[in-house]
Unconditional design. Sequence first.
Length: 117
Amino acid sequence: MRHSHKGRSFGRDHDQRTALLRGLMKSLIIHERISTTEAKAKELRPLIEKLVTTSRKNTVANRRLVAARLGNDDEVVKKLFSAIAPRYMDRAGGYTRITKRQSTATDGRKTAYISFV
């Protein structure tokens, strides 16, 4: 039984799953819209929204928290704090949108776009 097992494992161990989601977060911040599987997009949404909420208040402590979550990538942190977070100062949440795509893959996986609103 799966009692107290939150989230999807994607067939990976913890370190690989963390690296996967970290890479997806960086790509979403850089490109502002990415295409991925529906399951990965649904797992990514709460993580990226927490980062945007944290980055709305531009303090040194928040920059360090976000940098630690993103793997100390300075250009990504700078874009998040200077370009993305100011857009959502008046918004109370819901910074991302998941749009389902028609499945074109031969393996039948469901794909989706995740983008900033």
